[in-house]
Design a protein around this ligand. Structure first.
Ligand code: G16
Length: 546
């Protein structure tokens, strides 16, 4: 037990760049290491939270460089700001969905997730902080706006001087009146998963000699979760989970579960010796990628297939109330919702926009094209949850992933879908491109055999809170339902990233087996023409295609 210390009030001056983006504040580590940078942001959060004194918080992160150091600062600041109890994952580790679950389970006031998600880590990588509210989900825009306002006028922060808590030892550490509990990061989450899925059926599948799978934790936080659940609890062969130890720099890789950054896994899923099932997760464990033997499941299709199979999954059978997807996500889920007679909501990009719908019981499943799927079990997207859900589908149907996909498309039609990213663009050039895309007149224009039927900048009014949000992406929709969407990313930390989302619907089962880039060829060419990407940026091809 540490001796009591008196809170100190430290004078500071504002930083101009502490506006949270799509998912919290993300910056290079070197920015966070500036004196007072972290403290200013954390104090701005406390200054934005009414009645936080005497409350409980949850704190954890993805283990990246600066994680443990930042946690020690936040603990001392939480203590100085009157927080009574803090739950911290051992070694400072907690996946984003695990934080969400712990907040809900312990009825905590909120929590801090320390992560820059899929962005690279290490001393020269990125760091990030997200604040989650009492429902377990990301702070809504009204709160992040207040945090930003406070960060612009901050003049002091509160902190206690105290020795470090030992984050490596399960137990408690007392900071003045604040009790810090170091907990097993995996146990509660594993129990939640067991309550949702048919572990017996999944275990039988995983132990079957005909089934071979790999889960790539990408040297990030999901490693300990996947090892415990897949190997220890469900009996998958040792070695099923690879890159399972969270490293401060993720071993130098980009912990983003997509075909570009999880190329080794993708290779193992191809050819005659392909594994039956492959999956990967990102830095903080909220994203997922699902693969079968010679089959890639787009995140948009994954959401639709998850919803269509709810009747097979113990935690979801008979209780599908609705589905929500972010606007740039394909409309595959809408088709499932229509068939099941439930609503499908289209929200702006960012998991924070799903929170009100989930809280109101209006949706059961949510998903985004950016490798995010989840349900009302927590208020974040959940990578390992999606993997277990797919394993449960496979265990019940005993069909290969490719057949599940093919049957789904035969029933609902196929939404060919791809996202093209142009990274690290000059910010002024990217803004000008978006401005011109928005203001040019496209309605009624004919391109080949397609006519533009809608051209707008997506705006949203939350059906529960009525909060309005605008400027969420330029949509160009054609007479045949094909669509292209242009957005600037809100999660990058260097330059601007232009995302171009392309899709078209193919109802004919005979034409559902074309390579995606070929199927979208005309739209791809058109998207480059309309936006003038090459002329403006000199880029002929995207940096990442998903
Ligand atoms: C975050 C958000 C997601 C969003 C994604 C991409 O994911 O939580 O809702 O879809 O970023 O956002 P953008 O297109 O603005 O870069 P994560 O996994 O990075 O927290």
């Amino acid at each position: 037990m540490h001796e009591s210390r008196v809170p100190t009030v430290v004078s500071t001056s504002p930083f101009a760049d502490q506006k949270p983006g799509t998912s919290g504040l993300r910056k290079p580590v070197t920015v966070f290491q500036q004196p007072h940078y972290l403290e200013n942001f954390i104090q701005s959060v406390f200054d934005s939270l009414p009645d936080h004194e005497g409350q409980t918080l949850v704190i954890g992160g993805d283990g990246r460089f600066f994680n443990a150091e930042a946690i020690q600062v936040i603990l001392r600041m939480a203590c100085a700001n009157g927080i009574r109890r803090i739950l911290v994952g051992r070694h400072g580790l907690l996946s984003t969905p695990a934080v969400s679950h712990l907040i809900r389970k312990h009825r905590a006031y909120g929590g801090f997730v320390l992560s820059a998600s899929h962005n690279p880590g290490g001393a020269h990588g990125d760091f990030g902080i997200k604040y989650n509210i009492g429902n377990g989900g990301p702070a809504p825009e009204s709160l992040t706006d207040t945090i930003f306002e406070n960060s612009r006028k901050i003049s002091r922060f509160r902190i206690v001087a105290a020795p470090h808590c030992d984050l490596g030892r399960i137990g408690t550490c007392q900071l003045n009146n604040t009790e810090v509990e170091i907990i097993d990061p995996v146990a509660d989450y594993a129990e939640l998963m067991e309550s949702l899925f048919d572990f017996k059926a999944i275990s039988d599948l995983l132990k079957s000699p005909d089934f071979r799978m790999r889960f790539d934790a990408m040297n990030a936080v999901t490693g300990p979760y996947a090892k415990t659940i897949l190997e220890d609890h469900l009996g998958a062969p040792k070695g099923t989970v690879v890159n399972a130890v969270p490293l401060q720099d993720f071993g130098g890789i980009h912990p983003d579960p997509n075909p570009t950054h999880a190329a080794d896994l993708v290779a193992a899923m191809q050819g005659a010796t392909a594994l039956d099932f492959g999956a990967a997760s990102d830095g903080d464990g909220d994203r997922n990628m699902i693969l079968g033997a010679n089959a890639y499941v787009t995140p948009s299709d994954s959401l639709a297939i998850i919803a269509a199979h709810a009747h097979l999954i113990p935690g979801y059978a008979g209780r599908l109330t609705g589905i929500a997807r972010s606007m740039p996500t394909s409309r595959a889920a809408d088709r499932v919702a229509a068939k099941q007679g439930v609503p499908c909501f289209e929200t702006p990009t960012g998991w924070k926009f799903f929170g009100t719908l989930l809280d109101a019981g209006m949706v059961t499943f949510c998903g985004e094209e950016s490798f995010g799927t989840g349900s009302d079990h927590v208020r974040e997207k959940d990578g390992l949850w999606a993997v277990l859900y797919w394993l449960n589908i496979l265990a019940k149907t005993r069909m290969p992933v490719s057949k599940i996909l093919a049957e789904h498309w035969q029933t609902y039609g196929r939404d060919y879908y791809s996202r093209h990213d142009y990274e690290n663009l000059d910010i002024a050039t990217a803004n000008a491109l978006m401005h011109d895309l928005k203001t040019q007149s496209l309605n009624g224009k004919v391109f080949g055999n397609r006519t533009v039927t809608m051209h707008d900048d997506f705006a949203y009014s939350d059906p529960v809170s009525n909060q309005a949000t605008s400027g969420q992406g330029i949509r160009v929709i054609f007479s045949d339902g094909a669509r292209m969407v242009f957005r600037l990313s809100g999660t990058g930390t260097s330059g601007a990233t232009l995302r171009v989302y392309l899709e078209r619907f193919e109802p004919n089962p005979q034409a559902q087996d074309i390579d995606t880039q070929d199927a979208l060829k005309e739209l791809i060419i058109l998207s480059r023409e309309i936006s003038g990407i090459e002329a403006r940026t000199g880029r002929k091809t995207p940096d990442v295609i998903t």
